[in-house]
Design a protein around this ligand. Structure first.
Ligand code: NDP
Length: 296
C-alpha cells in the first residue's frame, strides 16, 4: 500500500485565491482594504526570508502590507511603542511580530501588548484562553493549516485517535486543542513520553512537530493513518543541503493513508492561514460576516 501525498502547495494556492476573492469583494462593497503589519527586529536571515515572503503574498491577495524593520539594538520600550501605534491604526487589521526576538526583549510582554483582535498569529494569552475554552479566537496559523488539510482529506475527524508529537505553544498545544475541538481523542507526546513508538502506532491522525530530522519511521505509523509532518529540518545529504520533516517520508508513505511532504506540505499553508486570519480579523473589526471555512 502507498499513501496519498497531500499537496500543501496546491491547497495553499487555493486558499490564497479564496482570500483574494473575499478581499476584492470587501473593497468593492465596503471600501475596506485589509492591512497586515509585520514587525521584524534584527537581521536573522531565516526571519528576513519569511518576512519578505509574507509581504509579497499579502500584496498578491490585494491586502496592504506594512513592514517595520527595526535594528537588533531596538529597545523593548521602542518596540512596545510601535505596537501601541499599530494597535491604534485603523488601517492595520493584523499585527505579526516575527519571532525569535533578540534576547534583551521579553517576547511574551511584546506579544501580549498586541490588541488580541489584531493578533493574527494567535499567540496572545487571550486568544490562547479563548481557543482552550472553545470560544471564537484568532487561531495560530500552522495548526490551523494542518486542521484545514485534515478536514479537507478526511471530512469529519470525530472519534479519531490523534497523536500530536510536540507540546510547544505555537504548534503542539494549539494543534491538540483544535483536534479536540473536532472531537478527536487526543494524546500529546513529548520528549518524556515513555513509549513513543507504541503511542504513535495508535494514531489515526499523527502530527509531528518536533524539530528532529526523520525521527518518526514508517513502522511507527498505523496502516492507513493520516500523517501531518510539521517539522522543517535542514540536513546535509549527498553533498547537498536538503529540507526534511520529522517523519521519514519514504517509509511512512508506504504505511500511511495520506501524508504531507516536506517541503510542500504544511509549510505553504502557514502564510496562507496568516492571510486568512487577517481577513477574518478585518471582518470582525468591521462587524461584517466572516467568510466560511477560513478559521477553525
Ligand atoms: P519546539 O522546539 O518549541 O518544540 C519541540 C517539541 O518536540 C517539544 O515539545 C519537545 O518536547 C518535543 N521533542 C523534542 N525531542 C523529542 C523526542 N525525542 N521525542 C518526542 N518529543 C520530542 O518546536 P516547534 O513546535 O516550534 O517546532 C517544531 C518543528 O516544526 C520544527 O521543525 C519547526 O521548524 C517546525 N515548524 C514549522 C512550521 C511551518 O510553517 N511548517 C511553523 C512552526 C514550526 P519537550 O517539551 O519535552 O522538550
Amino acid at each position: 500500500m502507498t499513501g496519498h501525498v497531500l499537496d500543501g502547495k496546491a491547497f495553499a494556492a487555493k486558499l490564497r485565491a479564496q482570500v483574494a476573492q473575499h478581499v476584492a469583494a470587501l473593497k468593492e462593497a465596503h471600501g475596506i482594504t485589509p492591512g497586515l503589519a509585520v514587525v521584524l527586529v534584527g537581521e536573522d536571515p531565516a526571519s528576513q526570508v519569511y518576512v519578505r515572503s509574507k509581504g509579497k503574498q499579502t500584496i498578491e491577495v490585494g491586502m496592504t502590507s506594512f513592514e517595520h524593520k527595526l535594528d537588533a539594538e531596538t529597545s523593548q520600550a521602542a518596540l512596545l511603542d510601535l505596537i501601541d501605534r499599530l494597535n491604534a491604526d485603523p488601517e492595520v487589521h493584523g499585527i505579526l511580530v516575527q519571532l525569535p526576538l533578540p534576547s534583551h526583549i521579553n517576547a511574551d510582554l511584546v506579544i501580549n501588548r498586541i490588541n488580541p483582535a489584531k493578533d493574527v498569529d494567535g499567540f496572545h494569552i487571550s486568544n490562547v484562553g479563548l481557543l482552550g475554552t472553545g470560544q471564537k479566537a484568532m487561531v495560530p496559523c500552522t495548526p490551523l493549516g494542518c486542521l484545514m488539510m485534515l478536514r479537507d482529506h478526511l471530512g469529519s475527524l470525530s472519534g479519531l485517535n490523534a497523536v500530536v508529537v510536540g507540546r510547544s505553544n505555537i504548534v503542539g498545544k494549539p494543534m491538540a486543542q483544535l483536534l479536540l475541538g473536532d472531537s478527536c481523542t487526543v494524546t500529546i507526546a513529548h520528549s518524556r513520553t515513555r513509549d513513543l513508538a507504541e503511542t504513535c502506532r495508535h494514531a489515526d491522525i499523527l502530527v509531528a512537530a518536533v524539530g528532529r530530522p526523520e525521527m518518526i519511521p514508517g513502522d511507527w505509523v498505523k496502516p492507513g493513518a493520516t500523517v501531518i509532518d510539521v517539522g522543517i529540518n535542514r540536513i546535509e545529504r549527498d553533498g547537498k543541503t536538503r529540507l526534511v520533516g520529522d517523519v521519514h517520508f519514504e517509509s511512512a508513505l508506504a504505511a500511511a493513508g495520506a501524508i504531507t511532504p516536506v517541503p510542500g506540505g504544511v509549510g505553504p499553508m502557514t502564510i496562507a492561514c496568516l492571510l486568512a486570519n487577517t481577513l477574518t480579523a478585518t471582518c470582525r473589526a468591521h462587524g461584517l460576516p466572516e467568510p466560511e471555512g477560513l478559521t477553525a
